[in-house]
Structure formats: C-alpha cells, structure tokens
Write a protein of this length. Structure first.
Length: 619
C-alpha cells in the first residue's frame, strides 16, 4: 500500500521522524518496509546554534546490518551498521554460531573483537531495544584474510581490466550489490586519437553472481571522460537503476539493442562526432533498458565546445541530487573547459522527464563558461533541504539557476563538506589549473565567498581537504603547488605535506581520516606517514590517478571499505578495517550527501566522499 509524502505518491514506503543534534546521528525505530523514506536532519541547519535541527523527508535505502567479520590478530573483528531507524538506546548482542559471545549488549560502538576465535567463524547480531532482543541479522560476510574477494567475469582477459565501480541494492533485498565498468586496455583520453574497444558494465551480487552485462557498443568511446554511470533508486521501488549515456548499438542486459545495431560513427581517428546520442535508464535487476531519451545537450557543432577534433565536446559528468528535497534526480552534464550544460532528469513511473537545463551560454548565466572541474559534487549548501550542484568554481541551485560563481575557472580536484566545524554551513576546497588564478582556494559553499587562497603557481593538479591530523582543528587542506598543510583559516599548521595527495578513508579507530593512495593506506604524521595497510595482489585504476574501484562506508560500521581489482582482474577485493573503535556513528550510507558522493565517485577524476556533517578530532 502506498504512502503519500507531500504531494508525491510512494509505493512500499513508511515514514519516521528523527531529530539529529549537531554532531550525532540518531533516529527512532520505524516499522519494517521494503523501502524507507526517512527524514534526514539537515546538518547545516543543525550546526546553527540558534536554530533547531530541521527535518526533511528524503528517500534512503532500506539496508540490512551489513555485518562483516574481519580477521584481526588471533581473533575476529565483527562490525555492523547502526541505522537511521535505530533508537538512541539500542544495544547489540553478538553471536558466534548459536553462542552469544557478548556478556552484555554493545552500546558504545558497533564493533566487537571476538578474541581467540577461529578464522572463518560465522556471526550474527541481534539488536536489543528496551531490554528485548530482536530478530537475528543476516549472516556475516567473512573477511578471513582481511579482505573479501567478489568473483567477476572478464569480457576478454587479454583486452580488458576492471575499472571503476559503484554500489546499489539492485534487487531490493536490503544488501548492496556492485556495478562494475570494464575498460578496454586501448581506452583513450579525449586528447588522444585511436579506436577503442567497447565498454562493458556488469552488475554483481557480493557472492559473485553476475546479474547482467550491458555492452555500450562501438559508438561509445572508452576513456575516463566518456562514460559516467549513476547507480541509485530513482523511482523509489526499492531496487536501484543504472543511468548512463548510450548510443546506437548499445545492448542491454536482456539483449535489447538501442537504436541501430549496425550503425558505426567512428571516424578515422577513433572519435565519434556524428550520430544520435541517448540517455538510458536500466533496470538493476536484469539490466533491461527501461527508458531512453535523446541526450541533452546534443553535441551540435563540435568546434563550439573549444576544439574541432573532439576533445572538449565529449567531456561528461554525472551525479545524483535530491532537487525537491525528497526524491533523487539524475544529473547529466557536458563540458567544463568552455561551454557547460547541466541537465536534471527525473525517472518516475518508468519514464525519463527533464526537470531543468542549466546552460552557460544562456544570457542569464553570463560568465559561467569554463568554470567546471573534472568532477562535480552534490550538497545542500543553502540549508533549504534541497541539493545544489557544485560544478567546480560554480554552484547551481536546486531549481537550475546560478547560485554563485567565483570566476576562478577549471580545476582537477575539489572537496565539499563541513571542513570548518567552527563556522556554520559547508565549505569547498578547490585547486585551479589556470596559472593566472589562485593555485588553491577555500570558500563558503553557500555563497562562494573566498575565505582564503594561495598564490598562482601554474597548473595545480592535486589537492585534498579532510581532518587528517588531530594537531589542528577542523580539516587540513594541502595541494601539489602550494606550501604546507593549512588549517580552515588558511594558516600553515604543518610544513610537511602528506606523502600522497589523493583519496581519504576512515580506517583506524579514531575519527581522524587516513590517506588512501594507490594500493595502500597511511596515517599522516608531521615527521613521516605510518603505513596501516598495504593491499596485496591488486591494482589501482586510472593511470597516474591511482584510484580504487570504489571507497566508502559500504559494509560494517561507519569506517570505510576500499575495493581494488585483483591483479589478474578475476575478482574485486574488498578490504575492511581490522581495528577496533570506541565510536558509534550512524552508517554514512544514510547521510544523503555522502550517499550521493558514492554515486558520483566514478565520475572522470574520481574524488573521495564527504558527509554533510563533521567527522574528526573533537567532534
């Protein structure tokens, strides 16, 4: 039976109410439902000392406990999710097989070290509410070697490597599944000529069951900037869809051919500069094409995007945003060096409809050309319960209008989150490519006002912001072309920069974040970094970017997992932390800014996710 939230009908959903204090994430229980609409307290509003937490009904996944058992020394670290629907006083009993191994319910965290237990032991957890033990969770996933291998099926082992991945509940069972992009070894940057083999996209259960395979076909070129795929439940039916650009000869997971099966628009240099372009939503259960529309904007005259050979015209970005404050919309974009067009789509009742189009060439958007990055971010920067698109140096409001524009131009990396918990709202840290502009800057994400910047210093290609050091309050920011590690005020608080300028991950037991680069995780220190994990038998992706297939809070407690492909590309190897923590935080999957960041993580130059609230020292 459907439930109505506002004017929008939903099938198989229920509501609950939750008030989230400034830095906590708690909720009240809700009756079971195949899919959940939960009001998520808006972190920006909650951080204001003179305003109570605001409640907004946002569609979120109905997740299970995500229980994992990771080998830790001579025991097993068992970790599980705290859900937004759990009451504040919930505790958990841990069972090894039929034996309860906790003397009393675990209440201070959502992990338990079963010292001396045999590797491979099976676990369940049971919530304890008001002294009453609830039903058992599903069985734990076994990380007996510190990792879990998910078998994958290479289209051609001599021609393909596993690349970027995403997650979503593809079949509505409350468990996250994987969506994997296979890149051919002859994939190209847009600046490089040459014909490429087709891109494949697969859906997998965590036991390695392949649900479907989509062949994007000869008319979709392979490379980091061509295929950005979004995995999310856009229609609220409890299982995720996949949205991506398609073309003539794309073949769905059920064998449907989109457009003409025989069309071939590749020119002698391998570029595809003619022929129809589409946006397709695929069914997460079987890969069937559910709705296909013309891609907006069309390429039109190739040279109008900045060159005549096909580099800038085919620079695509994608994301997912709650533009109405309740339900997710698809964001598809084209261009960022010159003209930029960002389009919002809704997928409802089996049909794609366009919500709005932002075009930098419009007279109302004067000065917004050339402001995009090699990625975007999604966040509610103005605290109205609706998401904005942060498009590099430009922010687009939930209604498609320009919100602000710094005019500082294109860059390779940016981070949006509560980087300075001492001030209200969110912040953006960004590095710039234009040698005439500041090499990096830190801004109020609501207004675009620059808080601090560093002097121009050529093309600054790398930059990171996150709380990686307890010695300074808030997030630390650093970049390739600026000196030192900087505080939220811009002051240099440490002269030694981290050994990497790449990804971040919460890995050890404290709330300070770690450094994730290539196939290892390190903890920052002012004299040297400390190695916490060196993954074995795996490879990073995307050339010198050295990024994982996916990293985020995917399983277990609030700490983050990392997924790399094995060296032989026969499995996706998921690592989860073996380190105990005394912190208890609601799964980050149910913070919608963080969850949508996992969806856009695979876009172009991959960047790590940030939640809408501060996690770090002194939180």
């Amino acid at each position: 039976m459907g439930v109505s939230v506002g004017a929008l009908p939903y099938n198989h959903v229920r509501q609950c109410e939750v008030t989230m204090p400034k830095t906590s994430a708690v909720a009240v229980a809700v009756l079971g439902a195949s899919f959940l609409i939960a009001p998520v307290a808006h972190a920006q509003a909650a951080r204001s000392a003179d305003a109570p937490a605001q409640l907004f009904a946002k569609q979120i996944e109905n997740l299970d406990r995500g229980l994992v058992s990771v080998r830790s020394g001579t025991g097993n670290l068992v970790t599980w999710r705290l859900l937004a629907t759990d009451p504040a006083g919930v505790g958990f009993n841990v069972y090894r097989g039929t034996t309860k191994v906790t003397a009393s319910p675990v209440t201070a965290s959502t992990n338990y070290l079963d010292a001396g237990a045999a590797a491979g032991s099976a676990y369940t957890v049971r919530a304890v509410i008001g002294g009453v033990e609830q039903a058992a969770s599903g069985a734990s996933l076994n990380f007996a070697n510190g990792y879990l291998d998910v078998p994958i099926q290479n289209p051609n082992s001599s021609l393909y490597a596993a690349n970027d991945a995403s997650v979503g509940d593809l079949d509505g069972d409350g468990k996250l599944d994987l969506v994997l992009k296979w890149d051919p070894l002859n994939s190209k940057d847009n600046s490089q000529s040459g014909v490429t083999d087709p891109v494949y996209v697969d859906g997998y259960k965590l036991d390695g069951t392949r649900l479907w395979r989509i062949n994007l076909g000869r008319n979709i070129r392979a490379g980091a900037h061509y295929t950005q795929f979004q995995v999310y439940d856009y229609d609220g039916d409890g299982d995720a869809e996949i949205a991506m650009k398609t073309a003539d000869a794309t073949v769905s997971g059920t064998g449907q051919v989109i457009g003409s099966a025989s069309a071939d628009y590749r020119n002698s240099s391998g570029y595809i500069l003619t022929g129809p372009e589409f946006l397709t939503v695929f069914d997460g259960r079987n890969g069937a094409a559910l709705s296909t529309v013309d891609y907006v904007p069309p390429r039109g005259t190739v040279s109008s995007w900045g060159d005549s050979y096909g580099n800038r015209v085919d620079r695509f970005l994608a994301g997912t945003a709650y533009l109405d404050g309740s339900r997710p919309s698809i964001i598809m974009a084209r261009g960022y060096y010159t003209r930029s067009v960002v389009v919002a789509w809704d997928f409802r009742n089996g049909t794609l409809t366009r919500r709005w189009t932002f075009d930098s060439s419009s007279s109302t958007n004067s000065g917004t050309a050339g402001q995009g990055n090699h990625q975007l971010s999604i966040a509610d920067v103005d605290a109205d319960g609706k998401d904005e698109i942060i498009y590099g140096a430009l922010a687009i409001d939930d209604n498609g209008a320009k919100l602000w524009n710094t005019g500082l131009g294109h860059g390779d990396a940016m981070h949006v989150g509560d980087l300075d918990p001492s001030r209200p709202g969110l912040e953006e840290f960004k590095v710039d490519e234009d040698s005439s502009k500041p090499s990096s800057w830190f801004a109020d994400a609501r207004t675009g006002q620059i808080i601090w910047s560093t002097p121009a210093n050529g093309d600054n290609g790398r930059g990171v912001s996150g709380d990686i050091w307890a010695g300074s309050a808030g997030a630390e920011s650093w970049s390739a072309a600026a000196d030192g590690v900087r505080s939220p005020s811009g002051a240099v608080v440490a002269s030694r920069k981290p050994g990497s300028t790449n990804f971040l991950a919460w890995w050890d037991g404290d709330p300070v974040r770690e450094l994730l680069d290539a196939t290892h995780i390190d903890k920052y220190g002012t004299s040297a970094d400390t190695r916490l994990l060196t993954a074995s038998g795996v490879h990073s992706n995307n050339g010198t970017k050295s990024t994982p297939s996916l990293s985020g809070d995917l399983l277990g407690d609030w700490r983050e997992e990392v997924i790399w492909p094995t060296t032989d590309n026969t499995a996706l190897r998921i690592y989860s932390t073996p380190i105990q923590t005394d912190r208890r935080i609601t799964t980050l999957l149910q913070d919608t800014q963080y969850r949508t960041a996992l969806a856009w993580q695979n876009t172009a130059y991959n960047q790590p996710p940030h939640p809408s609230f501060f996690i770090g020292n002194g939180m």
